[in-house]
Design a protein around this ligand. Structure first.
Ligand code: NAP
Ligand code: FE
Length: 370
């Protein structure tokens, strides 16, 4: 067995993990920029735990709470402007994937003050100031990945920034997700599911990541009844958080593939939340897979007797009220067809028509299938 794996983030996982590790903030810097969305971090206890920890170590902090869902480069520029003005020497991202990714991008812009939203994609190998990540959704795994997914209004796309920005530390406490409503819980859980599956059905998969994927899927499956019933126990929430972080480790190594590449267009053009945007395409994606060996393993690990049964559950968890036109399906297919980064992670040959059919069969209503 041969593999290499780099997971540079120090992961601290468990109930009250911030309160129990306040000393970890001692050495990281003097002045924090806290990056978050407008509301949830104040309500779910994460911000208050962070402020208590910072106060206990006599750290200064400023809050930037303007991060929207699918953060734009404009917002990232505004956050970095504040960070530079206050001379922040570390950044704390609190929230779902959007604030965590924004925190990573902001850390990069603070450390490279001449960088602008126009020049950020053309420069490689840049480093940021240290980032601490506190996830409050169980889905993206951003707390352990090097990716920062941003909305680029110039290119009219969602895309990865293309830099390697691993958080230095991640404080992961599933209590913060307890008040997440059921649609958001399902969407984010389906994001974690799609990371596990795309990391497993992947050109870069190794025996090591396969073992991680199988374990992450088992843990995710423990919460499946709760997700379907729309009523989750504390243990379900913890399992979702654990599988989401494991899935982050898997995609940090292998990357995601076709459903993520295809979902970005649905989020950018139609406002579909990220996890749902991937998973509304999943049944057709799984059908398009020619080698069914690993697909059948997924079915078995989750305790289903056939792919058909798994697909019924995916349909229940990714219900969407969206119809796209054939022209839109074609335009979005052009985008994924040109997205070589995602296509190279797909381990089989796939044609333009097969990609088009994934959009078509999933979302074009009243069309004329050729
Ligand atoms: P999100 O966009 O971060 O947040 C969605 C909504 O959930 C926001 O309205 C937020 O409110 C709310 N929210 C967050 N935590 C909550 C809580 N504990 N209780 C109640 N409401 C809460 O959602 P996400 O799905 O976690 O992140 C999606 C983003 O991550 C996308 O941009 C996606 O592309 C990216 N992503 C990144 C990676 C990676 O490796 N970097 C991987 C996959 C996806 P507030 O605004 O008030 O906080
Ligand atoms: Fe994702």
């Amino acid at each position: 067995m041969k593999f290499n794996l780099k997971v540079p983030t120090e992961v601290l996982f468990g109930e009250n993990i911030i309160k129990d590790n306040c000393n970890k903030f001692n050495k990281i810097g003097d002045r924090a920029l806290i990056v978050m969305g407008g509301k949830s971090a104040k309500l779910n206890g994460a911000l208050s735990d962070i402020l208590t920890a910072l106060d206990s170590c006599d750290k200064e902090y400023y809050i930037f709470d303007k991060v929207e869902e699918n953060p734009s480069l404009e917002t990232i520029e505004a956050g970095s402007k504040l960070g530079k003005a206050i001379k922040a020497d570390f950044v704390i991202g609190i929230g779902g994937g959007s604030p965590l990714d924004a925190a990573k991008a902001i850390s990069l812009m603070i450390n490279n003050p001449k960088l602008t939203k126009e020049s950020i994609f053309s420069q490689k190998g840049l480093e940021g100031i240290p980032v601490i990540a506190v996830p409050t959704t169980a889905g993206t795994g951003s707390e352990v990945t090097q990716y920062a997914i941003v909305t680029d209004h110039i290119g009219k796309v969602k895309r990865n920034l293309g830099q390697t920005i691993y958080p230095k530390m991640a404080f992961i406490d599933s209590r913060y997700t307890e008040k997440l409503n059921i649609p958001m819980t399902r969407n984010t859980a389906m994001d974690a599911f799609s990371h596990i599956v795309e990391g497993y059905l992947n050109s870069n998969a190794t025996e090591y990541t396969d073992k991680l994927s199988q374990e992450a899927l088992k843990v995710w499956g423990e919460a499946l009844d709760g997700l379907l019933k729309g009523s989750l126990t504390k243990e379900d929430r913890n399992n979702l958080m654990m599988s989401s972080t494991l899935a982050g480790v898997i995609i940090s190594k292998n990357g995601t593939s076709i459903p993520h590449g295809m979902g970005y267009a649905l989020t950018y053009h139609k406002g579909v939340p990220h996890g749902l945007a991937n998973c509304c395409l999943y049944n057709e994606y799984l059908d398009s897979f020619k080698n069914k060996k690993k697909v059948n393993n997924i079915v078995n690990i989750l305790g289903f007797s056939s792919l058909k049964d798994l697909k019924k559950v995916i349909s229940k968890l990714s219900q969407i009220n969206l119809s796209i036109t054939e022209e839109e399906a074609k335009k979005y297919t052009d985008d994924i067809w040109n997205n070589k980064e995602k296509l190279k992670n797909h381990p089989e040959d796939i044609s333009y028509d097969e990609l088009y059919n994934i959009y078509y069969k999933s979302l074009v209503k009243n069309g004329n299938m050729q």
